[in-house]
Design a protein around this ligand. Structure first.
Ligand SMILES: [Mg+2]
Length: 227
C-alpha cells in the first residue's frame, strides 16, 4: 500500500496559543533589545520565526546582524513557556482524533512543516499534548524562507520510514496562503484549513488542492487526502 505523508503546520492548524507567540516576541524585544513595540506592523502568520526576527530588525531600523538575530531568538524562546502557561494552548476541532487515527493507520506517516523554531514547536505542541505525534519535521532552523522547507521535511520522512514517498502522496496542511505556496513550491499537494485568520474563500484564492472549514469530521479529512 502506498504511504501518505501528512506535513502539518502548527499555529492556526493544530492549535491556537491565543497570541502567546506574539507576546513572547514582544518580551524578546523588551528584554533582548530594550525596545517596546506592538509588532502590529509585522506579518506573522505563515512566516518562519527567523524571517520574523529579520523583519523586526528591519522595522526598527536596526542592523540585521547575527548577534541581534540570535538575541531575539534566545529571548523569544526564553519567554515562550511563561506566555504559553498564561494564555493556554487550545487544540483545534477534530485534530486529536485525526492525529490518533493517523497513528493507527499503517500507511500514514505524520510530520511537521512549520515556521516555528524546533524548540518553539516542541514547547507549543508539548503544552497542547501533541508533540509525541511528530517524530520529525522541518522548522525555521532549516531555513528562514518557508518555501524552502518542503525538501527538508521530505528528506526526514524518507530517513524515518526508510522509503521514498512520491510527491503526489505528500500533503502540506496549513491555515494560510503561505502554507499553500510552500507546499506547491515543493511539488506537494496542499490542504488549506480555515481555522486560523483566513476564511475558506481567502484560502481557496491561493488554489490549494483542497480547502476545509475545519477537521471536525475526520472521515471528510481522510477522504480528502485519500489515505
Ligand atoms: Mg499557521
Amino acid at each position: 500500500m502506498t504511504t501518505t505523508l501528512l506535513l502539518w503546520d502548527i499555529d492556526g492548524t493544530l492549535i491556537s496559543a491565543h497570541g502567546a507567540g506574539l507576546e513572547a516576541l514582544r518580551d524578546a524585544l523588551r528584554t533582548g533589545l530594550g525596545v517596546e513595540d506592538t509588532l502590529e506592523a509585522i506579518e506573522l502568520a505563515g512566516r518562519t520565526d527567523r524571517w520574523i526576527f529579520r523583519q523586526i530588525l528591519r522595522h526598527l531600523g536596526l542592523p540585521e546582524s547575527d548577534r541581534l538575530l540570535k538575541a531575539l531568538e534566545t529571548h523569544y524562546l526564553a519567554a515562550l513557556p511563561r506566555r504559553l502557561e498564561e494564555r493556554g494552548v487550545h487544540v483545534l476541532p477534530g485534530i486529536l482524533s485525526v492525529l490518533e487515527q493517523g497513528a493507527r493507520r499503517q500507511q500514514v506517516v505524520q510530520g511537521l512543516l512549520t515556521g516555528n523554531l524546533r524548540q518553539g514547536a516542541e514547547l507549543k505542541l508539548g503544552h497542547g499534548g501533541l508533540w509525541q505525534h511528530f517524530p520529525f519535521g522541518a522548522f525555521a532552523d532549516d531555513s528562514e524562507n518557508r518555501n524552502d522547507l518542503g525538501p527538508f521535511a521530505a528528506r526526514r520522512a524518507r530517513q524515518f520510514c526508510g522509503a521514498h514517498i512520491p510527491s503526489e502522496r505528500i500533503w502540506v496542511i496549513g491555515d494560510t496562503p503561505h502554507d499553500v505556496n510552500c507546499g506547491r513550491a515543493a511539488g506537494f499537494r496542499t490542504l488549506a484549513i480555515a481555522t486560523g485568520r483566513h476564511s475558506a474563500s481567502e484560502l481557496s484564492a491561493a488554489s490549494p488542492d483542497a480547502t476545509l472549514e475545519n477537521l471536525a469530521d475526520a472521515a471528510v479529512f481522510w477522504n480528502t487526502v485519500s489515505a
